[in-house]
Design a binder for this molecule. Structure first.
Ligand SMILES: NC(=O)c1ccc[n+]([C@@H]2O[C@H](COP(=O)([O-])OP(=O)(O)OC[C@H]3O[C@@H](n4cnc5c(N)ncnc54)[C@H](OP(=O)(O)O)[C@@H]3O)[C@@H](O)[C@H]2O)c1
Length: 388
Protein backbone atom coordinates (compact mmCIF):
# COMPACT_ATOMS: atom_id res chain seq x y z
CA UNK A 1 0.00 0.00 0.00
CA UNK A 2 1.38 3.35 -0.95
CA UNK A 3 1.12 5.93 1.76
CA UNK A 4 1.86 9.59 1.74
CA UNK A 5 5.18 10.31 3.38
CA UNK A 6 3.70 13.01 5.53
CA UNK A 7 0.33 14.48 6.20
CA UNK A 8 0.92 18.16 6.85
CA UNK A 9 -1.22 20.69 8.49
CA UNK A 10 0.04 24.24 8.08
CA UNK A 11 -0.66 26.97 10.54
CA UNK A 12 -0.19 30.66 10.02
CA UNK A 13 1.29 32.45 12.97
CA UNK A 14 -1.26 34.55 14.75
CA UNK A 15 -0.86 38.30 14.57
CA UNK A 16 -0.47 38.55 18.34
CA UNK A 17 2.70 36.48 18.46
CA UNK A 18 4.32 37.45 15.18
CA UNK A 19 5.81 40.93 15.11
CA UNK A 20 6.10 42.19 11.53
CA UNK A 21 9.88 42.16 11.53
CA UNK A 22 10.09 38.48 12.39
CA UNK A 23 8.51 37.22 9.23
CA UNK A 24 10.60 34.77 7.26
CA UNK A 25 14.23 35.82 7.13
CA UNK A 26 16.15 34.75 4.04
CA UNK A 27 19.90 35.28 4.14
CA UNK A 28 21.61 34.96 0.76
CA UNK A 29 24.21 32.22 0.91
CA UNK A 30 27.77 33.44 1.34
CA UNK A 31 26.76 37.09 1.68
CA UNK A 32 27.93 37.65 5.24
CA UNK A 33 30.08 40.60 6.01
CA UNK A 34 30.93 41.67 9.56
CA UNK A 35 28.48 41.45 12.43
CA UNK A 36 25.05 40.06 11.60
CA UNK A 37 21.70 40.69 13.21
CA UNK A 38 20.12 37.77 15.03
CA UNK A 39 16.51 37.41 16.25
CA UNK A 40 16.04 35.34 19.41
CA UNK A 41 13.14 34.37 21.59
CA UNK A 42 14.21 34.72 25.19
CA UNK A 43 12.49 33.49 28.34
CA UNK A 44 11.28 36.55 30.26
CA UNK A 45 9.74 34.77 33.26
CA UNK A 46 8.93 31.31 34.55
CA UNK A 47 5.45 30.14 33.50
CA UNK A 48 2.53 30.03 35.90
CA UNK A 49 -0.03 27.22 35.76
CA UNK A 50 -1.73 27.20 32.37
CA UNK A 51 0.35 30.05 30.88
CA UNK A 52 3.32 29.60 28.62
CA UNK A 53 3.06 31.57 25.42
CA UNK A 54 3.49 34.98 27.07
CA UNK A 55 6.69 34.02 28.90
CA UNK A 56 8.88 34.75 25.89
CA UNK A 57 9.91 37.90 24.09
CA UNK A 58 11.94 38.85 21.06
CA UNK A 59 15.45 40.14 21.39
CA UNK A 60 17.73 41.29 18.66
CA UNK A 61 21.44 40.74 19.03
CA UNK A 62 24.48 41.06 16.83
CA UNK A 63 26.60 38.06 16.03
CA UNK A 64 30.24 38.48 15.13
CA UNK A 65 32.02 36.53 12.43
CA UNK A 66 32.75 32.90 13.38
CA UNK A 67 36.09 32.46 15.09
CA UNK A 68 38.53 29.59 14.43
CA UNK A 69 36.69 26.25 14.78
CA UNK A 70 33.26 27.90 14.60
CA UNK A 71 30.43 27.98 12.10
CA UNK A 72 27.65 30.49 11.56
CA UNK A 73 24.29 28.76 11.22
CA UNK A 74 21.05 29.96 9.69
CA UNK A 75 18.00 28.30 11.24
CA UNK A 76 15.65 26.69 8.75
CA UNK A 77 13.42 24.64 11.08
CA UNK A 78 12.94 24.60 14.85
CA UNK A 79 11.64 21.66 16.90
CA UNK A 80 9.09 22.35 19.65
CA UNK A 81 8.96 19.60 22.28
CA UNK A 82 7.13 18.90 25.54
CA UNK A 83 10.31 18.89 27.67
CA UNK A 84 10.65 22.62 26.86
CA UNK A 85 7.82 23.19 29.34
CA UNK A 86 10.06 21.69 32.03
CA UNK A 87 12.98 23.80 30.82
CA UNK A 88 10.95 27.02 30.87
CA UNK A 89 9.57 26.18 34.32
CA UNK A 90 13.04 25.83 35.79
CA UNK A 91 12.48 22.15 36.52
CA UNK A 92 15.58 21.23 34.52
CA UNK A 93 18.69 22.74 35.96
CA UNK A 94 21.14 19.90 36.23
CA UNK A 95 24.74 20.75 36.94
CA UNK A 96 27.06 20.13 33.98
CA UNK A 97 28.51 16.65 33.91
CA UNK A 98 31.47 15.37 32.02
CA UNK A 99 30.52 14.49 28.46
CA UNK A 100 32.76 12.45 26.21
CA UNK A 101 30.44 11.75 23.26
CA UNK A 102 28.05 13.85 21.18
CA UNK A 103 25.07 12.09 22.81
CA UNK A 104 26.42 12.79 26.31
CA UNK A 105 26.98 16.44 25.39
CA UNK A 106 23.44 16.62 24.06
CA UNK A 107 22.11 15.12 27.30
CA UNK A 108 23.99 17.74 29.32
CA UNK A 109 22.47 20.52 27.20
CA UNK A 110 18.94 19.08 27.50
CA UNK A 111 19.30 18.72 31.26
CA UNK A 112 20.63 22.25 31.77
CA UNK A 113 17.27 23.87 30.97
CA UNK A 114 17.07 27.60 30.31
CA UNK A 115 17.62 30.67 32.48
CA UNK A 116 15.54 33.84 32.36
CA UNK A 117 17.01 36.16 29.75
CA UNK A 118 18.36 33.29 27.64
CA UNK A 119 17.04 32.06 24.30
CA UNK A 120 15.30 28.69 24.60
CA UNK A 121 17.82 26.04 23.51
CA UNK A 122 16.62 23.10 21.47
CA UNK A 123 16.97 21.06 18.30
CA UNK A 124 16.96 22.82 14.93
CA UNK A 125 17.82 22.16 11.31
CA UNK A 126 20.26 24.77 10.02
CA UNK A 127 22.35 25.71 7.02
CA UNK A 128 26.04 26.44 7.52
CA UNK A 129 26.43 29.88 6.02
CA UNK A 130 29.97 30.63 7.13
CA UNK A 131 32.54 28.12 8.29
CA UNK A 132 35.90 28.25 10.00
CA UNK A 133 35.44 24.65 11.16
CA UNK A 134 37.36 21.93 9.29
CA UNK A 135 34.44 19.49 9.50
CA UNK A 136 31.70 21.67 8.02
CA UNK A 137 31.49 23.46 4.70
CA UNK A 138 29.32 26.40 3.72
CA UNK A 139 25.93 25.30 2.38
CA UNK A 140 25.84 22.04 4.34
CA UNK A 141 22.62 21.25 6.21
CA UNK A 142 22.94 20.06 9.80
CA UNK A 143 20.93 19.32 12.90
CA UNK A 144 21.98 21.50 15.82
CA UNK A 145 20.94 22.40 19.35
CA UNK A 146 20.86 26.11 18.59
CA UNK A 147 17.28 26.73 19.73
CA UNK A 148 14.80 29.52 19.20
CA UNK A 149 16.81 31.98 17.12
CA UNK A 150 17.34 32.84 13.48
CA UNK A 151 21.16 32.56 13.52
CA UNK A 152 23.73 30.93 15.76
CA UNK A 153 27.46 30.68 16.22
CA UNK A 154 28.36 27.06 16.95
CA UNK A 155 31.52 25.12 17.79
CA UNK A 156 30.30 22.09 15.82
CA UNK A 157 30.37 19.61 18.71
CA UNK A 158 26.62 18.87 18.58
CA UNK A 159 26.14 19.22 14.85
CA UNK A 160 25.17 16.27 12.68
CA UNK A 161 25.19 16.52 8.90
CA UNK A 162 21.99 15.77 7.03
CA UNK A 163 22.78 13.99 3.79
CA UNK A 164 20.93 15.08 0.66
CA UNK A 165 18.04 12.69 0.04
CA UNK A 166 14.32 12.22 -0.30
CA UNK A 167 13.44 12.70 3.39
CA UNK A 168 12.02 16.19 4.13
CA UNK A 169 14.27 18.26 6.43
CA UNK A 170 11.87 18.66 9.38
CA UNK A 171 11.72 14.87 9.75
CA UNK A 172 15.25 15.11 11.17
CA UNK A 173 13.74 16.93 14.16
CA UNK A 174 10.93 14.43 14.65
CA UNK A 175 10.58 10.86 13.44
CA UNK A 176 14.23 10.81 12.27
CA UNK A 177 15.53 12.88 15.18
CA UNK A 178 15.90 12.51 18.93
CA UNK A 179 12.13 11.97 19.49
CA UNK A 180 12.09 9.22 16.86
CA UNK A 181 15.10 7.52 18.43
CA UNK A 182 13.27 7.69 21.77
CA UNK A 183 10.30 5.80 20.35
CA UNK A 184 12.55 3.34 18.53
CA UNK A 185 14.77 2.50 21.50
CA UNK A 186 11.99 2.42 24.10
CA UNK A 187 9.76 0.13 22.08
CA UNK A 188 12.52 -2.09 20.75
CA UNK A 189 14.47 -2.63 23.96
CA UNK A 190 11.89 -2.24 26.75
CA UNK A 191 8.54 -2.89 25.04
CA UNK A 192 10.06 -5.69 22.94
CA UNK A 193 6.72 -6.63 21.32
CA UNK A 194 6.10 -10.00 19.72
CA UNK A 195 3.56 -10.69 16.99
CA UNK A 196 0.68 -11.64 19.28
CA UNK A 197 1.18 -8.81 21.80
CA UNK A 198 -1.38 -6.02 22.04
CA UNK A 199 0.46 -2.70 21.99
CA UNK A 200 -0.97 0.64 23.11
CA UNK A 201 0.83 3.96 22.56
CA UNK A 202 -0.17 7.33 24.02
CA UNK A 203 0.50 10.63 22.20
CA UNK A 204 0.66 8.27 19.25
CA UNK A 205 0.62 10.96 16.58
CA UNK A 206 3.70 12.68 18.01
CA UNK A 207 7.16 11.74 16.82
CA UNK A 208 7.99 9.51 19.80
CA UNK A 209 4.67 7.67 19.65
CA UNK A 210 4.60 7.34 15.86
CA UNK A 211 7.99 5.64 15.73
CA UNK A 212 7.25 3.47 18.78
CA UNK A 213 4.10 2.26 17.05
CA UNK A 214 5.97 1.63 13.81
CA UNK A 215 8.49 -0.57 15.61
CA UNK A 216 5.62 -2.59 17.10
CA UNK A 217 3.95 -2.83 13.70
CA UNK A 218 7.16 -4.15 12.20
CA UNK A 219 7.17 -6.85 14.88
CA UNK A 220 3.71 -7.85 13.66
CA UNK A 221 1.84 -6.60 16.74
CA UNK A 222 -1.55 -4.87 16.53
CA UNK A 223 -1.21 -1.23 17.60
CA UNK A 224 -3.73 0.98 19.37
CA UNK A 225 -2.94 4.68 19.26
CA UNK A 226 -4.28 7.16 21.79
CA UNK A 227 -4.98 10.65 20.51
CA UNK A 228 -7.64 13.34 20.92
CA UNK A 229 -10.56 14.12 18.60
CA UNK A 230 -12.55 11.80 16.41
CA UNK A 231 -10.82 13.14 13.29
CA UNK A 232 -7.35 12.18 14.52
CA UNK A 233 -8.50 8.78 15.70
CA UNK A 234 -9.91 7.99 12.27
CA UNK A 235 -6.79 9.35 10.59
CA UNK A 236 -4.70 6.97 12.66
CA UNK A 237 -6.47 3.96 11.25
CA UNK A 238 -7.14 5.14 7.73
CA UNK A 239 -3.78 6.78 6.98
CA UNK A 240 -1.21 5.94 9.64
CA UNK A 241 -1.50 2.16 9.87
CA UNK A 242 -2.84 1.80 13.43
CA UNK A 243 -5.17 -1.11 14.11
CA UNK A 244 -7.36 1.10 16.28
CA UNK A 245 -7.44 4.72 17.42
CA UNK A 246 -8.82 5.85 20.79
CA UNK A 247 -9.91 9.38 21.65
CA UNK A 248 -8.72 10.27 25.16
CA UNK A 249 -11.18 13.17 25.34
CA UNK A 250 -14.24 11.08 24.42
CA UNK A 251 -16.69 10.14 27.18
CA UNK A 252 -16.38 6.48 26.20
CA UNK A 253 -12.55 6.52 26.04
CA UNK A 254 -12.31 3.65 28.50
CA UNK A 255 -14.82 1.57 26.50
CA UNK A 256 -12.97 2.33 23.27
CA UNK A 257 -9.79 0.92 24.78
CA UNK A 258 -11.55 -2.17 26.16
CA UNK A 259 -13.11 -2.82 22.77
CA UNK A 260 -9.73 -2.44 21.04
CA UNK A 261 -7.92 -4.68 23.56
CA UNK A 262 -10.37 -7.42 24.59
CA UNK A 263 -7.53 -9.62 25.92
CA UNK A 264 -5.80 -6.72 27.67
CA UNK A 265 -2.59 -4.84 26.95
CA UNK A 266 0.87 -6.43 26.74
CA UNK A 267 2.91 -3.33 25.97
CA UNK A 268 1.94 0.22 26.89
CA UNK A 269 4.28 2.94 25.65
CA UNK A 270 3.74 5.79 28.08
CA UNK A 271 4.24 9.38 26.91
CA UNK A 272 1.67 11.33 28.89
CA UNK A 273 0.69 9.91 32.31
CA UNK A 274 -2.33 11.36 34.12
CA UNK A 275 -5.82 10.22 33.25
CA UNK A 276 -4.62 8.28 30.20
CA UNK A 277 -2.33 6.16 32.39
CA UNK A 278 -5.12 5.38 34.85
CA UNK A 279 -7.42 4.38 31.99
CA UNK A 280 -4.89 1.98 30.48
CA UNK A 281 -3.73 0.64 33.85
CA UNK A 282 -6.65 -1.78 34.55
CA UNK A 283 -6.10 -3.36 31.13
CA UNK A 284 -2.44 -4.25 31.67
CA UNK A 285 -1.94 -8.01 31.49
CA UNK A 286 0.44 -10.14 33.51
CA UNK A 287 4.04 -9.47 32.45
CA UNK A 288 3.10 -6.28 30.63
CA UNK A 289 6.03 -4.06 29.68
CA UNK A 290 5.64 -0.30 30.09
CA UNK A 291 8.40 1.87 28.62
CA UNK A 292 7.94 5.35 30.13
CA UNK A 293 9.49 8.06 27.98
CA UNK A 294 7.81 10.89 29.86
CA UNK A 295 4.59 12.02 31.50
CA UNK A 296 3.82 15.34 29.91
CA UNK A 297 0.68 15.86 31.98
CA UNK A 298 3.01 16.50 34.93
CA UNK A 299 5.23 19.06 33.21
CA UNK A 300 3.24 22.26 33.76
CA UNK A 301 3.79 24.04 37.07
CA UNK A 302 1.12 23.06 39.56
CA UNK A 303 0.29 19.78 37.81
CA UNK A 304 -1.06 17.10 40.13
CA UNK A 305 -1.41 19.43 43.13
CA UNK A 306 -4.43 18.54 45.23
CA UNK A 307 -4.95 15.17 43.53
CA UNK A 308 -5.29 12.08 45.69
CA UNK A 309 -2.28 9.83 46.07
CA UNK A 310 -2.79 6.78 43.87
CA UNK A 311 0.67 5.28 44.31
CA UNK A 312 -0.61 2.52 46.68
CA UNK A 313 -3.18 1.53 44.07
CA UNK A 314 -0.38 1.16 41.53
CA UNK A 315 2.07 -0.63 43.82
CA UNK A 316 -0.56 -3.18 44.88
CA UNK A 317 -0.74 -4.39 41.31
CA UNK A 318 2.94 -4.40 40.35
CA UNK A 319 3.74 -7.77 41.92
CA UNK A 320 0.53 -9.75 41.20
CA UNK A 321 0.60 -8.60 37.61
CA UNK A 322 4.42 -8.70 37.31
CA UNK A 323 4.42 -5.28 35.68
CA UNK A 324 7.69 -4.05 34.26
CA UNK A 325 7.52 -0.25 34.33
CA UNK A 326 10.75 1.26 33.09
CA UNK A 327 11.59 4.90 32.67
CA UNK A 328 14.33 5.60 30.17
CA UNK A 329 16.15 8.42 28.40
CA UNK A 330 17.02 8.38 24.73
CA UNK A 331 20.61 9.13 25.72
CA UNK A 332 20.82 5.62 27.23
CA UNK A 333 20.86 4.15 23.72
CA UNK A 334 23.54 5.86 21.59
CA UNK A 335 24.45 2.49 20.07
CA UNK A 336 21.04 2.35 18.37
CA UNK A 337 21.31 5.71 16.60
CA UNK A 338 22.84 4.49 13.33
CA UNK A 339 20.52 1.48 13.08
CA UNK A 340 17.51 3.69 13.81
CA UNK A 341 18.53 6.26 11.20
CA UNK A 342 18.90 3.57 8.55
CA UNK A 343 15.74 1.59 9.38
CA UNK A 344 13.34 4.51 9.87
CA UNK A 345 15.01 6.59 7.13
CA UNK A 346 14.45 3.77 4.63
CA UNK A 347 10.87 3.32 5.74
CA UNK A 348 10.12 7.02 5.32
CA UNK A 349 11.89 7.23 1.97
CA UNK A 350 10.02 4.20 0.64
CA UNK A 351 6.65 5.50 1.79
CA UNK A 352 6.17 2.55 4.16
CA UNK A 353 5.96 4.77 7.24
CA UNK A 354 3.56 7.69 7.36
CA UNK A 355 3.73 10.33 10.05
CA UNK A 356 2.07 13.63 10.80
CA UNK A 357 3.69 17.03 11.18
CA UNK A 358 2.11 20.22 12.45
CA UNK A 359 4.01 23.06 10.84
CA UNK A 360 3.89 26.61 12.13
CA UNK A 361 5.30 29.56 10.22
CA UNK A 362 7.81 32.07 11.62
CA UNK A 363 9.93 32.31 14.77
CA UNK A 364 7.16 34.29 16.50
CA UNK A 365 4.79 31.34 16.42
CA UNK A 366 7.08 29.18 18.57
CA UNK A 367 5.75 30.03 22.08
CA UNK A 368 2.16 29.53 20.94
CA UNK A 369 3.15 26.19 19.41
CA UNK A 370 4.51 25.08 22.80
CA UNK A 371 1.31 26.25 24.47
CA UNK A 372 -0.72 24.31 21.88
CA UNK A 373 1.19 21.09 22.68
CA UNK A 374 0.31 21.45 26.35
CA UNK A 375 -3.30 22.24 25.49
CA UNK A 376 -3.52 19.17 23.24
CA UNK A 377 -4.29 21.31 20.19
CA UNK A 378 -1.57 20.02 17.90
CA UNK A 379 -1.59 17.10 15.47
CA UNK A 380 1.70 15.27 15.24
CA UNK A 381 5.25 16.51 15.50
CA UNK A 382 5.40 20.29 15.92
CA UNK A 383 7.99 22.15 13.84
CA UNK A 384 8.48 25.82 13.04
CA UNK A 385 9.50 26.90 9.56
CA UNK A 386 11.86 29.90 9.39
CA UNK A 387 13.57 29.72 6.03
CA UNK A 388 14.14 27.53 2.96
N1 LIG B 1 12.85 9.98 27.68
C1 LIG B 1 13.38 10.65 26.66
O1 LIG B 1 14.58 10.59 26.39
C2 LIG B 1 12.46 11.48 25.82
C3 LIG B 1 12.91 12.06 24.62
C4 LIG B 1 12.00 12.77 23.84
C5 LIG B 1 10.67 12.91 24.28
N2 LIG B 1 10.31 12.34 25.46
C6 LIG B 1 8.92 12.41 25.94
O2 LIG B 1 8.10 11.70 25.03
C7 LIG B 1 6.78 12.21 25.12
C8 LIG B 1 6.24 12.52 23.72
O3 LIG B 1 7.08 13.49 23.11
P1 LIG B 1 6.78 14.02 21.63
O4 LIG B 1 7.90 14.90 21.26
O5 LIG B 1 6.43 12.87 20.74
O6 LIG B 1 5.48 14.88 21.89
P2 LIG B 1 4.50 15.58 20.86
O7 LIG B 1 4.73 15.16 19.51
O8 LIG B 1 4.55 17.03 21.06
O9 LIG B 1 3.17 15.01 21.40
C9 LIG B 1 2.52 15.57 22.50
C10 LIG B 1 1.12 15.04 22.40
O10 LIG B 1 0.67 14.67 23.69
C11 LIG B 1 -0.73 14.70 23.71
N3 LIG B 1 -1.17 15.45 24.89
C12 LIG B 1 -1.06 16.78 25.12
N4 LIG B 1 -1.60 17.08 26.31
C13 LIG B 1 -2.06 15.92 26.83
C14 LIG B 1 -2.73 15.59 28.04
N5 LIG B 1 -3.03 16.52 28.95
N6 LIG B 1 -3.05 14.30 28.26
C15 LIG B 1 -2.74 13.36 27.36
N7 LIG B 1 -2.11 13.61 26.18
C16 LIG B 1 -1.78 14.88 25.94
C17 LIG B 1 -1.18 15.42 22.44
O11 LIG B 1 -1.56 14.42 21.49
P3 LIG B 1 -3.09 14.02 21.22
O12 LIG B 1 -3.89 15.30 21.34
O13 LIG B 1 -3.05 13.45 19.85
O14 LIG B 1 -3.44 13.03 22.28
C18 LIG B 1 0.10 16.07 21.95
O15 LIG B 1 0.13 16.24 20.56
C19 LIG B 1 6.84 13.42 26.04
O16 LIG B 1 6.47 13.04 27.34
C20 LIG B 1 8.31 13.79 26.01
O17 LIG B 1 8.72 14.51 27.13
C21 LIG B 1 11.17 11.64 26.22
Amino acid sequence: MTRRVAERSWRAATASCEPAWTTKIQYPRGSFGMATENSRLILTRRPEPGRLADCFDFQRSRLEEPGPGEVLLQTLWISVEPYMVLAASGALAARPREARTRMQSLMVRYAAGVEIGEAMPGPAVCRVIKSRHPGFGEGEIVTSYSGWQSLALDDGSLLRKIPAGPVPLPAFLGVLGIPGLTGYAGMKVIGAPRGDDMVVVSAAMGAVGAVAADVARQAGAPTVGITSTERKRLQMVEELGFTFGADRKAEDFSDQLKQACPRGVDVYFENVGGMVWWTVFPLLRAFARIPVSGTLTNYMPGAGEGERDRVPELMKQVVPRRLRIQGFAVFDYPELEDEFTEVIGDRIASGAFTYVEDRYEGLGSTPQALQDIVDGKTSGKVVIHLAD
